[in-house]
Write a protein that binds this ligand. Sequence first.
Ligand code: PLP
Length: 425
Amino acid sequence: MKKDTFVTKEQIEEIVKTYPTPFHIYDEKGIRENTKALKEAFAWNKGYKEFFAVKATPNPFLINILREYGCGCDCSSYTELMLSDAMGIRGEDIMFSSNNTPVSEFELAAKLGATINLDDITHIEFLEKILGSLPKTLSCRFNPGGYFSLGTDIMDNPGDAKYGFTTEQMFEGFRILKEKGVEHFGIHAFLASNTVTNEYYPTLAKQLFELAVKLKEETGAHIAFINLSGGIGIPYRPDQTPNDIRLIGEAVRKVYEEVLTPAGMGDVAIYTELGRFMMGPYGALVTKVIHQKHTHKEYVGVDACAVNLMRPAMYGAYHHITVLGKEDVPCDHKYDVTGSLCENNDKFAIDRMLPEVEIGDYIVIHDTGAHGYAMGYNYNGKLKSAELLLHEDGSVQLIRRAETPKDYFATFDCFEIFERLKESN
Ligand SMILES: *Cc1c(COP(=O)(O)O)cnc(C)c1O
């Protein structure tokens, strides 16, 4: 089966004259249309806000596009907070959803006025000690344990996840926070990842809305918002049906009107912290075939490697591959598509049926817009690629340059011997 690319062979041949492969390229048009659809799907909720999960694609140019639609940032680390601050995103536009959080990160989050989402009941005391007193608004991350299922399908295993408060701890935590003067409460949960079904959010919402009603009744806490977090997935495989965000928004509304409105909680704001859904399909890794190898298997060697996209090596994740210009050629050749790391798991695809590939072909690895560039590392001394933005008018903007050896050697500044290397490009 085929998957459409948002760039053509002709466009790529033009782009590589300025920006050599490999690079990640993002589709501004797709990002805008999707963000608009998300906003419309939840327009029924007055306080609705998407806090983009910065870790998915920490690029200020892309986050600035989301800003135009009123999105904030979901941060989980010191530098993600710095990035938001540098972009002028502060205060209630930042959700700080961290775990195992260092002192310095809570300090910066509080300084920026971010809404802090506590991951553990012991963090109440930890935070109070750091800040002197608690903020007026706080959120708690919930983990009910067990399995998260839709009907008979097990979607994920929260019981095995390190995150969040247990049910009892939520009640206990809310009581303690209330005594300590917290006035507005949030509830957060992330119970299944990359769900390609319209049922995930409504099922999660029902669970959290019912919990919210009980928490309000038993502790008297004012629940200001419920954060459905991330987890809406994307169809990495061409035979998967994409989520319909309009249906998801409507189904969440239905549960809201069934559970929250009758409990006198019709003013609760709905928040989301989507990452993958916002950017995943609108990014692609473009790479060039530089070798072919015929041994025990047929190998296609490309100029990208797991440093540029780690998901296949790390989770065996599927990313669809299109050989540009050969979209209509039958996929009658079986290849392993490999990078150049000295690790046998550095393969973008294993036993993948593709059209006959030649050296010099450009290959698009689909759906790298989230958790793609961001997961990059420098193993084997390989350097991270550039990021490009394809504007709606067809022009291309460099939104992050490729790393150079100078970047790689920059952290050796205590050793004079490396000064020469740091000068080199
Ligand atoms: C990773 C993460 C997200 C985003 O998850 P996606 O699967 O990209 O939607 C949101 N919130 C928290 C706390 C996360 O850790």
